[in-house]
Write a protein that binds this ligand. Structure first.
Ligand code: ZN
Length: 425
């Protein structure tokens, strides 16, 4: 009898262990993304700095693009703050509305990833470590009514405005001093507090290129900045070793540069080319040229963290997640008389594609768009034709939704057609 009882006890112990084992599988997920300003992809690949590529070796490294689609409604300047906001909102400039580094007027209706985090039902803690204070006050719009009085839990910035502790130096090297402090603060905060969503912004690399273009000076500061990022990456590794946490780390650039490396802003191949390094081992084919872009970062973070997003906001993302299954990609539209043909490429030929359309853009001004489902076709069709009514709208917004993917597209038509060919002579 006693023997049987002890047998039952050990069985219970095994069940208990198994249960504990299952629980530890569910690690707490956390995010770190780092923007390394203005380092061209060819240079990061040539220098192969140890931190960026240790992260990439754990997961993946790829080139991608910024700048939207050239010559189309989404063309976007290859400028710093513009690039950060592509990343933060998952949209291009025609939506987020940050055209320059100065006098920024973000359209806060396109929520930043920080706003999305704070709109979740569960508490998501957020942190910014930034060499440029505008990133919090302007781009994220902390405390503004238009951002729902967004609050960020851990803030390490303001150093760029502090000339006492960060006095002027030759070559504007005070900015590099600030980057160093930012990385120390980030490493400390991640080790001790491990906020759920962390953004590190580092500025000096861009300055180094503005001083001397491509060459030894910029190389030196790319490597030094990589070493700074190494401290933050060490803090992430420390957390994963000692806590039940799983971190998604993304390091990326905000734009490339012109041919000599001094400047940026235009639409040359080199200026439009960015790079991204992630420790995520399982990425889908979105994480590859020519599809990977700034606008994929926000949807990827949302999917990794399991964030819930209002449908109308999800319908505005210009990118798509490189984490998790991707059903379709490369959505495009063609005009044909009084119809629009939508075409997409297929990853997984399962399920149905639901096509939604609206002719308005009330979302941009805080209103609600009147999305109508205009077609349901098998994903494998790869296309569908939408017959239009007599009203000639200037803008048709489309969203194609499958089991795992939502793609968004604007189709612009001119209300003043037909125009006599004579006008084109
Ligand atoms: Zn920049």
């Amino acid at each position: 009898m006693m023997k049987r009882f002890s047998g039952l006890l050990s069985l219970l112990a095994i069940v208990g262990l198994l249960f504990a084992g299952c629980q530890s599988v569910e690690k707490k997920r956390k995010i770190l993304f780092v923007i390394m300003d203005g380092v061209p992809a060819d240079n990061i690949e040539r220098l192969h700095p140890s931190t960026v590529f240790e992260i990439g070796d754990q997961g993946h490294y790829s080139r991608g693009y910024c700048g939207g689609k050239v010559g189309q409604y989404s063309q976007t300047p290859t400028i710093s703050a513009v690039g950060y906001n592509n990343i933060l909102t998952g949209t291009w400039v025609h939506k987020h509305n940050v055209h320059h580094n100065e006098n920024q007027q973000p359209n806060y209706n396109y929520w930043s990833i920080f706003r999305i985090a704070k709109e979740q039902k569960t508490d998501v803690t957020t942190a910014i470590y930034s060499s440029w204070t505008d990133n919090r006050t302007m781009l994220l719009g902390e405390g503004k009514p238009e951002t729902g009085n967004l609050k960020i839990d851990y803030v390490f910035d303001g150093y760029d405005l502090d000339y006492q502790n960060f006095p002027k130096r030759n070559h504007d090297l005070r900015i590099y001093d600030i980057d160093s402090t930012v990385c120390e603060r980030a490493a400390d905060c991640i080790r001790t507090n491990a906020p759920d969503l962390n953004w590190v912004y580092l500025w000096y690399t861009d300055d180094a290129y503005h001083w001397y273009g491509d060459g030894a000076f910029a190389d030196e500061y790319v490597l030094k900045t990589d070493a700074l990022i190494g401290k933050v990456w060490d803090a992430v590794k420390y957390r994963e070793e000692h806590f039940d946490e799983e971190w998604l780390v993304i390091v990326l650039s905000d734009h490339g540069r012109d041919e000599l490396g001094y400047d940026h802003g235009g639409q040359s191949d080199r200026a439009r080319t960015i790079w991204m390094s992630t420790n995520l081992s399982e990425v889908n084919d979105q994480f590859a040229e020519p599809y990977l872009s700034h606008t994929d970062v926000n949807p990827t973070i949302c999917k990794f963290m399991g964030f819930e997003i209002p449908r109308d906001l999800a319908f505005e993302f210009d990118g798509s997640s490189f984490y998790g299954p991707r059903d379709i990609y490369a959505l495009e539209s063609l005009n044909y008389d009084n119809s629009i043909i939508l075409r997409w490429k297929i990853d997984q030929g399962k399920g149905m594609a639901r096509v939604f359309m609206c002719n308005d853009n009330k979302f941009a001004t805080g209103g609600k768009d009147d999305w109508k489902e205009v077609a349901i076709v098998p994903v494998t069709d790869g296309e569908c034709t939408i017959e239009l009514d007599e009203t000639d709208h200037k803008l048709y917004k489309f969203a194609v939704q499958t089991d795992n993917t939502i793609l968004n597209l604007w189709h612009c038509r001119h209300a003043d057609r037909p125009v006599s060919p004579i006008e084109y002579r």
